[in-house]
Design a protein around this ligand. Structure first.
Ligand code: HEM
Length: 223
């Protein structure tokens, strides 16, 4: 595939998938934070996203492809970079001017991958099973929309909540380097760069902190 044959092309494709996933995270946060303020609003939004054709048959397949592409390309780039790095580090101690976050993107990425696997087992696979295997698109359980109740139930377990919170800390570390480096890879070096960098930092800390708040809120309030 032409663009993926060059390292610049691979970095560009990686950055594009990263920017797409960050738009998804913002939307995902906006829907899930509703669960803290109003069970009805969360149920209505979840049922809309869970049944609207454009989301289910268009955006969701693109999202799942984006998630898989980002992880696979992340590992491919890391293997290629680590081979190249071995040579350059020996020559000029390249590690000196890079951050912990940039040197450990593969580990923060691996932690997020482990989270996604747990998260799919918790939420997405049961959702796909109910709607597309059992064929129940009603979203109802015991006469009411089921999404809020299912979410709150998941956050009863202190082990799951701890795993989610630890994963969200790694998500912040991954985004702190990933967001600004993605902008660089797509060539967004211009007069807005300083503003973009500030936005990237606020996003990289704010969104994971918001997800931590959602998980701890439901765990400690039980609703
Ligand atoms: C407290 C935090 C979170 C909650 C409560 C939450 C909740 C959910 C729920 C209920 C679903 C099923 C939606 C459906 O398929 O109808 C879902 C799916 C998903 N979540 Fe999360 N999520 C959280 C954090 C995250 C984070 C941090 C990521 C990424 C790093 C993420 C990635 C995904 C993906 C990729 C899907 C499958 C696609 C989708 O159906 O939207 N989630 N999540």
């Amino acid at each position: 595939m032409g663009i993926l044959n060059s390292s610049i092309g691979r970095k560009f494709a990686m950055a594009l998938s990263a920017l797409f996933l960050m738009v998804f995270l913002l939307q995902h946060f906006a829907i899930n934070i509703l669960s803290v303020f109003s069970a009805d609003a969360f149920n209505t939004a979840s049922h809309f996203m869970g049944t609207f054709w454009a989301v289910q048959y268009l955006l969701q397949p693109i999202l799942i492809f984006g998630v898989i592409f980002h992880f696979v390309m992340g590992f491919v780039l890391e293997i290629k970079n680590s081979r190249a790095r071995k040579i350059s580090y020996a020559k000029n101690n390249g590690g000196a001017n890079s951050t912990w976050m940039s040197r450990n993107m593969i580990w923060s990425g691996a932690a997020i991958l482990a989270f996604i696997i747990l998260h799919f087992i918790d939420f997405w696979i049961p959702e796909i099973n109910t709607k597309y295997i059992l064929g129940d698109m009603s979203g109802m359980h015991n006469g009411e929309l089921r999404y809020f109740h299912e979410l709150v139930e998941k956050f009863h377990s202190p082990i799951r909540v701890t795993a989610y919170v630890v994963a969200f800390v790694f998500l912040a570390l991954h985004l702190l380097h990933g967001f600004s480096s993605a902008f660089q890879s797509v060539g967004a070096n211009n007069k807005y760069t300083e503003g973009l960098k500030k936005f990237a930092k606020v996003y990289a800390i704010g969104i994971p902190l918001g997800f931590i708040f959602i998980a701890l809120f439901h765990h400690f309030t039980g609703h």
